[in-house]
Ligand binder design. Structure first.
Ligand SMILES: *[C@@H]1O[C@H](CO)[C@@H](O)[C@H](O)[C@H]1NC(C)=O
Length: 197
């Protein structure tokens, strides 16, 4: 009797299980568009993630700004040299975000393509001439000058340049001219990325 009951129970469970198996067969068809939706969402999320990573990387790469005074300490002049223009190596680094300025060479190297702004101040003690120029890849761009002045001279200039990655910018003191600096950083060089292009 017990065995018969157990068999009956098994049969009931079996039929309900097979019924449960039958029902989802219908549901699977219903779920296919939802699965496709999920897949599309996943693809969208992946694209968004890639875009976000790109934007974050670009944002990090665009943090480029530096300022440096000519002498780290003390006071003195550089020049005049009668043979050639000489690259100025600005030693007192106020800031160098992105490390694009090299205080061993005086050269700024653009890390990304973009519009950059540069400016430089120069001071000279009479009787020396003041003359310095900003160079892009060794080609003169803009200059400052005060020739045969009877007083100490100050001059400044600035320029917006479009640079490719690897383009180099630096300042040179002219032949037969001098730049002077002291603790006041009268002679300085600054630059920063305005925006990437
Ligand atoms: C240049 O700047 C120095 C330092 O501020 C100053 O002593 C000098 O008078 C300035 N020269 C002129 C011509 O203004």
């Amino acid at each position: 009797m017990l065995v018969v009951l157990q068999l009956l129970l098994l049969l009931c469970v079996g039929s309900s299980v097979s019924q449960n198996f039958m029902t989802p067969t219908v549901n699977i068809n219903v779920q296919i568009p939802e699965l496709e939706k999920l897949q599309k969402m996943e693809e969208k999320i992946q694209t968004l993630q890639e875009t976000l990573n790109k934007v974050l990387n670009e944002n990090e790469a665009r943090k480029i700004a530096f300022s440096a005074g000519l002498l780290e300490s003390g006071s003195g002049g550089i020049g005049p040299f009668d043979d050639n223009w000489k690259t100025l190596v600005y030693k007192k680094v106020f800031s160098n975000i992105g490390n694009a300025y090299d205080s061993n060479t005086g050269i700024f190297t653009a890390p990304v393509q973009g519009a950059y702004y540069f400016r430089f101040n120069a001071h000279t003690r009479s009787p020396f001439n003041l003359g310095a120029g900003l160079f892009k890849n060794d080609v003169p761009q803009c200059s400052v000058s005060s020739w045969k002045s009877t007083t100490h001279s100050n001059a400044s200039n600035g320029v917006v340049l479009t640079l490719e990655p690897g383009d180099q910018v630096h300042i040179k003191v002219w032949r037969n001219a001098q730049v002077y600096d002291n603790k006041d950083s009268l002679t300085s060089f600054s630059g920063f990325l305005l925006f990437p292009l």
